[in-house]
Design a binder for this molecule. Structure first.
Ligand SMILES: [Zn+2]
Length: 305
């Protein structure tokens, strides 16, 4: 009875831990318990609480730079300068919305940055979202692209969704995140619509999208056509600012939705922790029974079995 009571309270601790720290932490906790139950210790080692910073971290990748100038846009402006200007506005809007922002560049670099280097920087950041920024003279409004890779997890709240970063083939690293990337792109498209900005959503084999281990999309700013003719160029500060504000609002909305579905993930993780704790409890009970049986008289041992 004492044993089962202890186990029940420890299961509860495991559930709390799972809810707080996810399945990986719970597995660690259950492992620690199965050792501590045989020889009670003052307190089992607790895994460090997961940092919540990454859940508000956005990675920006203003495309091009240095000798890689990109397209020539309105007023002979180079694309590399426009993507940087948009990134600066995005950084400010996202920071104001409570996000932390990391970018591949905050100025024009001396050497071009390769797509692999951009993906490496993004994947090191463990960001909640990664946004690649381009600009063009072709088309109209904001083009929003996600990867063409088939989603590894069809549902953005799939319980099997990796709780931690796992080794992944470089060329298809985005596959595990595609469903979340699509919900991000959808949230952004509706954010643009709410701001009365035209957008076009699609999927494109655009590097480094496929290499990114985060919900990711590429945005490409195109001139904004007006109903009566004429168009707002991508260099227009007000247009850039409206897009930046819409994106920050969309990311906040999307993040809240993701957090609420992550609640389902936590429940699933908690259930897995209970199952694991019950298995550990049965193992402990067997070990105790075996230990007391071996210490007892042969007749008693027979009765115990
Ligand atoms: Zn470009």
């Amino acid at each position: 009875l004492t044993l089962s009571f202890k186990l029940a309270s420890r299961q509860y601790a495991a559930v709390l831990l799972a809810a707080l720290a996810g399945a990986a932490a719970a597995a660690f906790s259950v492992h620690a318990q199965s050792q501590s139950q045989l020889q009670p210790q003052p307190s089992a080692a607790q895994p460090p609480a997961p940092s919540t910073a990454s859940s508000r971290l956005v990675f920006l990748d203003p495309a091009h730079g240095a000798s890689d100038t990109g397209a020539t846009l309105a007023d002979h402006t180079q694309e590399k300068d426009v993507t940087l200007a948009i990134a600066v506005r995005l950084r400010n809007a996202l920071t104001a919305a409570g996000f932390t922002v990391i970018a591949t560049r905050d100025s024009d670099p001396s050497d071009p940055i390769t797509t692999d280097q951009r993906a490496e920087a993004a994947n090191r950041a463990h960001a909640t979202a990664c946004i690649v920024i381009h600009a063009t003279n072709t088309g109209s409004g904001v083009h929003v692209y996600t990867s063409t890779l088939q989603p590894l997890y069809p549902q953005p709240n799939d319980p099997a969704y990796p709780a931690a970063f796992v080794p992944t083939p470089w060329d298809t690293a985005q596959a595990a995140f595609v469903s979340r990337s699509q919900t991000l792109a959808t949230a952004f498209a509706s954010g643009l619509a709410n701001a009365h900005l035209a957008s076009l959503s699609g999927r494109a084999p655009l590097r480094p999208l496929d290499n990114l281990m985060c919900p990711a999309m590429a945005i490409e700013l195109a001139p904004l056509s007006a109903p009566g003719g004429g168009a707002t160029p991508v260099t227009d500060a007000s247009y850039q600012q409206q897009v930046a504000t819409a994106l920050a609002t969309s990311l906040s909305t999307w993040r809240v939705q993701l957090d609420s579905t992550s609640g389902n993930d936590s429940q699933a993780a908690a259930q897995r922790a209970i199952t694991a704790a019950e298995a550990a409890a049965r193992a402990v009970a067997r070990a105790r029974a075996a230990a007391s049986a071996s210490a007892a008289q042969p007749a008693t041992r027979k009765a115990a079995q």
